[in-house]
Write a protein that binds this ligand. Sequence first.
Ligand code: SF4
Length: 479
Amino acid sequence: MKIDRYVSPTELILKNQIIMNDIRQKNHELFEKTDKTNKFMIITYGCQMNEHDSEKLIGMLKLMGYERTEVKEDADLIIFNTCCVRENAELRVYGNLGHLKSLKEKNPNLKIAVCGCMMQQAQVVEEIKKKYRHVDLIFGTHNTHNFPSLLSKAFGTKNTVVEVWDNEGEIIEGLPLERKFGLKAYVNIMYGCNNFCTYCIVPYTRGRERSRKTEDIINEIEGLVNDGIKDVTLLGQNVNSYGKTLENKISFSDLLREVNKIEGIERIKFMTSHPKDISKELIDTMAECEHVCEHLHLPIQAGSNRLLKAMNRNYTVEKYMEMINYAKERIKGLSISTDFIIGFPGETDEDIEDTIKLIKEVRYDSAFTYIYSKRQGTPAYTYENQIDEKLKHVRFEKVLDELNKIIIEKNANRKGEILEVLVEEKSKSEDKLLTGRSRMNNGVHFEGSDELIGKFVLVKITNPKKFSLVGELVEVLDK
Ligand code: SF4
């Protein structure tokens, strides 16, 4: 696909600003005439990167005078922000696009847009253009900043508008965005990935690694803190290599120290760390910076060196354990989470035993466990030693059992502990309780009035559940 970069980032922002104003004016006129506001619905699949891209799209749509709806029949614009990491998510997108055909027949003014990682694959774009002709707009992960212009083009044609850049351009700063949570915010510190794990499509869909300038990140976080955000998660596919692409070299540890100095910030988290790049310096920084939370997400993927090599992960179980042990020693009360892939090509029962051994040694507080799913375009797609689906599920259950035993035991041991909790909302699972997160990322529920939402409180754990903690309010903190 052709890359058409005829304007600088500043010109691009200005151009899109004019288009946004124009669409906003049209939406305003429509409201004056009919009392109706145009509405959009956005469905996001996948990781925090996609969630964050959706926040940018929502920010732009709100500036264009659109209102959000969760009811597809009420929407004038429906957007699917897709993920291609797992086959299931892809199939759901195709299914949902198919269902929208009848809706579009009833309401020809409805616009349908598809964006995100799936669109970075040429065969997917071709399939959508051929089989889902009711889709109005297709754009890629590197084209989010140009959304207003693309939407405007889609209004002026019956053909599908397509803009997918093969690779990344300059980082575009200053896009409007609407944050999902009022208290917590994700902040991208870098984009893309250079690691090429053999199972992963991300380097092909999100492009090569590039870091945002430190001053842009700091300015954004200062603005967020001024707006009342207390909890910031720094996002990147591999945050440990932050700064390598910048002219003024700076490490991720240095960035953490800078963020830690921002007045008014309470909690700093980050994800994702790559075990090959995590350093003792970073662990020391976590231990020394008061606002950096005591939680480390360090995806191991498998407990067998043979499999880690086949996955092109570039670390060994021994190096991983060295870092885990150092982190446990340096950071008091540290909680550790990870990712596992079960059923990678060539996996044996012995590899699973190695993974279980590692689980027992680390004693994780939580883990995301995935069944391997073949992704076209990745090296592992072509491997002949794929694992039988039934066997993958048997091994998955076995690993999950071991993980759950430890997680339940660790939660039970928290009985009587007093945890600092940022209260987020009313609990969806525990009737009449409020819910929030501890600094170690535990979900904590307790009884309290709605005025506590947004506050920091101390909660004494009285009733640890399998995967969450229930307690009693001890004190409301003044911060
Ligand atoms: S580090 Fe590996 S798994 Fe993570 S995004 Fe990069 S290629 Fe994918």
